[in-house]
Design a protein around this ligand. Structure first.
Ligand code: ATP
Ligand code: MG
Length: 591
């Protein structure tokens, strides 16, 4: 493992808020009845053993992406660091587009990242749809208390009367209808006696508010849709902005952390909770909402709609295509949970929107893998090298054993072994008939070292009828084997990697590159499909060290000179690994 756990997390404004709240005992009086519920439910419980409660509330309408990872690391990380609990909550109040497939993949991804929701002897996995009864009851209370009314305007009329940033809105003709009338209509709407879109329940706040979100926002609408959890029980569903604060309050959340676009919703968040607390449905202290800047990462798109489009239109092989910024894609690409956590720590948390360069993510992976990935040699573009004085030196032997450390800085990881033979595979680019100045690999008359093997002297090459090089020729310089006395007496400027022809293993290696050629693929409303990188994947037949034949899915390696690779978790078969390039050794993009 990398040593990230020994690094103290950087401070940020959210840590400052939490530390202030803890110091002031803001939440010390809270009670928790071991399950979500209203004020009466929690009053019967015990003092909450969790000092703070945060939550990660995805809508199960797609797979999680790297932006979600920022939120996961933040929410679960804060709970971990301040003796709290982070709830895994599915925000499934919108019946359309949600499915169990997404629920399962989201749970998997959060756990893969290294987080869980078991704490204080209980699971904190929740579904917002389990709160529909309370949400309905709270809406009836708001009507009875004069804080909500049924509006029968058409959607167009409602939009027109909402006003603008500079003009106040106009009151609906239904705004002052008797409470009993609204209540009867609301119940009839629940009982399915009105058509979709015929009416909505609206909060009664202030049509002249400078914050448009307070101009009587809709809180319930009619929608005849099958829900993955509640089936056909409901034909009315709460609006997200109404449902979310209620979910937080029922779960005893203290710090409700969301992205900046919800900043303007905060007054409504507080308004709803305050009204329900006045009615005794919820108890103080109420949850508070805090906003942070979402992750914007260059060279990717993270909108679920756009990721979905890449999948459904077949631009990628699926949600877990190794080029996708989804967590299942990054995992398959070779990313580790530690690398993603390290990335999240490095980018920090702020209130200012900005772009993070993709190379920051790649850098975190390199930094994690460098210290622990096993090393191996692999030839990605093979050409044969014939050692023409083999028989003179190794009369009667077919191979010569060589070895190398599994990791250069961890002798305790042991040695790997492989064999030099009369013929070996080298990279095609490691030979030139006429070398420019500064080229220290193979060209006629030059000496180079076969890494962990001998110094060799290039004598020429063989070509086919078309002039294409079919083999490189060289002689072994005696007594130069790495690790033997005097091996360094022959000085060379170049060292090349190789794999023996007798024990080398053929393997498919997939070389991935960025999915888009532009840093901001969807900037300015551009169709992101027009800037897809046509060379984002290339598959090659490589020859790899014999030890890699038994690589297990998800095993990660540094292929010397080439970068970090992972045995593909889907396509690798026993004895037949397929490798994905996770990241190159150096940041070479655009250079
Ligand atoms: P999308 O816009 O791609 O559909 P979303 O915000 O609708 O994403 P949710 O499932 O609602 O997706 O997100 C769950 C949580 O993850 C939310 O709290 C949201 O704030 C957070 N989140 C989503 N995208 C990002 C991001 N790019 N950076 C940080 N947090 C994010
Ligand atoms: Mg959302």
């Amino acid at each position: 493992m990398s040593d990230r756990s020994s690094v103290a997390p950087a401070s940020n404004f959210l840590r400052a808020v939490i530390e202030k709240d803890l110091g002031a005992h803001t939440y010390a009086s809270r009670r928790w009845a071991r399950s979500p519920g209203d004020a009466a439910h929690h009053a019967a419980g015990e003092p909450d053993p969790a000092k703070i409660r945060t939550r990660f509330p995805p809508e199960p309408n797609g797979y999680l992406h790297i932006g979600h990872a920022k939120s996961i690391c933040l929410n679960f990380g804060l709970a971990r660091d301040y003796d709290g609990v982070c709830h895994m909550r599915f925000d499934d109040t919108n019946p359309e587009k949600e499915s169990v497939e997404y629920v399962e993949s989201i749970k998997d991804s959060v756990q893969w990242l290294g987080f869980g929701w078991n704490a204080y002897g209980a699971s904190h996995l929740y579904f917002a749809s389990d709160y529909f009864d309370f949400m309905y009851r709270a809406a009836e209370y708001l009507i009875e208390a004069g804080h909500a009314y049924m509006d029968e305007q058409t959607p167009d009329e409602m939009r027109a009367s909402r006003g603008t940033l500079t003009e106040p809105g106009k009151a609906s003709p239904w705004r002052d209808r008797p409470r009993e009338e609204s209540l009867a209509l609301f119940r009839a709407m629940r009982d399915g006696r009105h058509a979709d879109g015929a009416m909505v329940l609206r909060a009664k706040i202030d049509m002249a508010s400078p914050n448009i979100n307070l101009r009587d926002p809709a809180i319930y609408r009619i929608k005849r849709a099958h829900h993955h959890n509640t089936g056909d029980t409901w034909c009315i569903y709460p609006m997200y902005t109404y449902a979310h604060p209620l979910e937080d309050a029922l779960e005893g959340i203290t710090h409700s952390i969301c992205t900046l676009e919800f900043e303007d919703q905060r007054p409504f968040y507080d308004w709803v909770l305050e009204r329900l607390a006045e009615g005794g449905l919820l108890a103080h202290p109420l949850p508070k909402q805090y906003e942070f800047a979402r992750l914007n990462l260059t060279y990717v798109v993270t909108s679920k709609r756009k990721l979905m489009q890449l999948v459904t239109e077949g631009h990628v092989s699926g949600w877990d295509d190794p080029r996708m910024p989804t967590l299942v894609g990054l995992r398959r690409r070779g990313y580790t949970p530690a690398a993603i956590q390290l990335f999240a720590e490095r980018i920090g948390v702020s209130k200012a929107d900005s772009w993070i360069d993709y190379s920051t993510l790649e850098g975190a992976l390199r930094d994690d893998l460098d210290g622990r990935a096993a090393r191996a040699m692999a030839v990605l573009d093979p050409v044969k090298l014939k050692l023409t004085n083999w028989d003179a030196l190794f009369a009667g032997r077919e191979s010569e054993a060589c070895s190398a450390p599994v990791h250069p800085h961890h002798p305790e990881h042991g040695q790997r072994s492989f064999n030099l033979a009369r013929e070996v595979w080298i990279e095609r680019e490691d030979f030139m008939e006429e070398a420019p100045k500064g080229y220290h690999r193979l060209f006629p008359g030059n000496r180079t070292r076969l890494k962990y093997g001998y110094v060799i002297e290039c004598t020429g090459c063989e070509k086919d009828a078309d002039g294409r090089i079919t083999a490189v020729l060289a002689t072994i310089v005696p007594d130069t084997k790495s690790g033997t006395p005097g091996a360094d007496s022959v000085k060379v400027k170049g060292v090349i990697t190789w794999v023996g022809a007798l024990d080398g293993v053929t393997a498919e290696v997939r070389l991935y590159d960025r999915l888009f050629t532009e840093a901001h693929p969807d900037a300015g409303g551009r169709d992101f499909l027009t800037v897809m990188n046509v060379d984002s994947v290339k598959s090659v037949q490589a020859i790899v060290e014999p030890g890699l034949a038994t690589a297990a899915p998800d095993d990660r390696f540094q292929f010397e000179r080439h970068g970090y690779f992972v045995a593909d978790r889907k396509d690798s078969a026993p004895g037949l690994p397929v490798f994905n390039r996770a990241v190159t050794l150096k940041d070479s993009w655009g250079k």
